[in-house]
Design a protein around this ligand. Structure first.
Ligand SMILES: [Zn+2]
Length: 244
């Protein structure tokens, strides 16, 4: 059985003496595991194809048994996003984003295609521009929430409908945002800066992030809140140890 597919490397693990198993994500097939032979040997030509974020057109083959792995027969590089790895902060942000897509693949396919597109836009920005990588992560987390039906509504109180201008509270039990009178459950205050940050970044396209300046403290606070919201809504953990 043979197939050609465009996919990105989510991660890879060592296999046998010189091989690696790649976990690829493609729009058509979701996650595919594929063996890349001999890639850990000295001077292996296909090393770049085993690195995270490597986007390529893959030629895959597998035997007829249902539990056979695909094996990589060939690959045409589309983009290795190679510069991301030269900056530890950017690299960490990109790893977090790839991990989130990997975790989301247990859910619906249509949702994942939206997240996949957001991931590619994010990686391009982080690799080719001087954008604040954390701001891209902020946008990405908001897109992940929205794609899964948990978009954060910061215009009006979810209960009484009053316009939220200064103080608002995010309820971690259901992801709703309410005013100070209606706040309930396990909720956290969204201070004015955080509220504005969520609102602005939600409305902004990826292309505008490059020229957007944002207060570092506010951005960190926003990221921590979004992280917790994604974790609770999606039921998986995100490791922020390296970045906030
Ligand atoms: Zn209210």
């Amino acid at each position: 059985m043979q197939k050609t597919t465009t996919a990105i490397v989510l991660r890879s693990t060592n296999f046998g003496e010189k091989d690696k198993i790649l976990y690829l994500f493609s729009l058509e097939d979701g996650v595919i595991s594929a063996k890349l032979k001999g890639v850990r040997g000295a001077g292996a030509k296909m090393k770049i194809f085993s690195l995270p974020f490597c986007l390529a057109e893959w030629e895959l083959v597998k035997g007829t048994k249902s539990n056979d792995f695909y094996t990589v027969k060939g690959a045409n590089l589309i983009d290795a996003f190679y510069d991301i790895s030269s900056d530890i902060d950017r690299y960490c942000v990109a790893c977090i984003m790839v991990d989130i897509l990997k975790n989301c693949t247990y859910y619906s396919d249509e949702v994942n295609s939206v997240i996949y597109v957001a991931l590619l836009k994010s990686l391009k920005l982080i690799n080719y521009t001087k954008v604040n990588a954390k701001l891209v992560l902020c946008k990405y987390l908001l897109e992940v929430l929205k794609a899964n039906g948990y978009g954060i509504q910061v215009d009006k109180c979810a209960k009484c409908g009053i316009r939220l201008s200064n103080k608002a509270y995010l309820n971690f039990d259901d992801g709703s945002v309410k005013c100070s009178t209606c706040r309930d459950g396990n909720s956290v205050e969204l201070e004015m800066g955080v509220l504005a940050c969520i609102k602005n970044v939600t409305e902004m396209d990826f292309d505008n992030l490059e020229h957007t300046k944002i207060d570092t403290t506010i951005l960190d606070k926003t990221l921590l809140i979004l992280k917790k919201d994604v974790e609770l809504r999606m039921q998986f953990n995100i490791n922020f140890a390296q970045i906030v």
